[in-house]
Design a protein around this ligand. Sequence first.
Ligand code: 5AD
Ligand code: SF4
Length: 480
Amino acid sequence: MAPRRGGAYNDLPMDALRVHITAYGCQMNRLDAALVAEVMQAAGALIVADAAEADVLLYLTCAVRGHAEDRVFSNLGALAARKRRRPDLVVGLLGCMAQEHGEAALARAPVVDLVCAPGRLADLPDLVARARAGERPVALDPRREESDAGGAASDAALDRIAVGRAPGGEWPGQAYVVAMRGCDNFCAYCVVPYVRGPERSRPPETILEEARRLVGGGVREITLLGQAVNRYQAASGGRAWDLADLLAAVAAVPDLARLRFVTSHPGAMTPRLALAFRDVPHVMPHLHMPAQAGSDAVLRRMNRGYTAAEYAARVAMVREAAPGVAVVSDFIVGFPGETAADFEATLDLVRRMRFAAGFVFKYSPRPGTAAAREFPDDVPADQKRRRHQALSEAIAAIAAEENRRFVGRRVRVLVEGASPRPNLHAAGRRLRPGWGQLRGRTPCHRLVVLDGPPELIGREVEAEVVEAGAVTMFGRIPEE
Ligand code: 5AD
Ligand code: SF4
């Protein structure tokens, strides 16, 4: 494919530069990767899938957990030999780690030629050009305490870059749209409020415009993104908008099939938003609302702002409005001071809430956070490992039970593409000629693998569930 000629964005000599992008971490980063691709292409560069043939390597990094950071630094270290052979290779450290480490990243990772914070991605063509001229530019967002504007200027630059679809992973009919940037929650363990800055909700018109353009281009499913997306707040048309208003407006975009939003903070789960699951048909029965822990003492030290009982009450409110909502949670094990009894309280919450899925992380202290400052990281590593395993197993066992309740029932599956592991299948399967194994998702975001003709990709089908495990359900298109 020929590189798209830009010049519209700026006229730096990016032509024929081959750029490879690696994204780590959350969906926000995957969307940022699309943005980086867009801005580099507009400047004339060509995005390549193979890192080995790239002139520029860009890493969109995540600073949420120490382990992920160590991996990035070790991957960068491994580039040293290649860089010696090809001194003109440009290596960029982008995203949350860039903001967190700033200048210091240049000393820690000598292969790095440029450092670019999440809010400065629109400046990348310029930064790459400067790096090619021998500089080692560092572009950071204003520090939280230094700016009331909260990065508004750089947000405007980001908003001007037209993002297509998040590349890789999800199917092309699925797209993410940023509803808000930053976070003001300051959970004690979390680095996000420092590296992504204060909360800024995007105006509803901008979001709607983007949604219409995406759906016009064939997108069927949109996921609205924000670190605590249910704290969305905007003023437009002489009235206040919350996430429930935004969902109703986006749902009204003609031809949109499915609408989701991630991630929700339990403290901001309102009755209005719970009713959106019932009243807005496009809003899928799927809620990612991290509990993080089930012990009130731990939740208090985490500064989460709710008790386990309050968390359970929010889930109950949602399920009362819309009984089928699949609730998904994140958990941190081994937070400072977590006792065996605290951990038992987390297991207890898991058993009561019956999550459809859950992500478990071992606590790691993050520089600059309240927890790192105030509490010693006192849960031993092997204890964290055991709790991680026990909690993951408890969540998987319940998820499998919940999934098995679908066996024999019909579900609506939006087919996303070919199954990546076509040998995984239910017993007694007969594949018809011309059919392949497909994958798709139910409204509640459960993964369904089923046989069908490739024409079904991008369409919604009725499937009967024939078998179910903790993660995957197997479906069959009924013969009628
Ligand atoms: N240590 C371990 N896990 C963390 N998370 C956020 N910060 C930390 C940390 N310092 C987890 C939380 C969050 C998810 C994205 O990452 O569970 O919801
Ligand atoms: Fe981090 Fe808490 Fe904000 Fe989530 S809500 S990004 S855990 S500070």
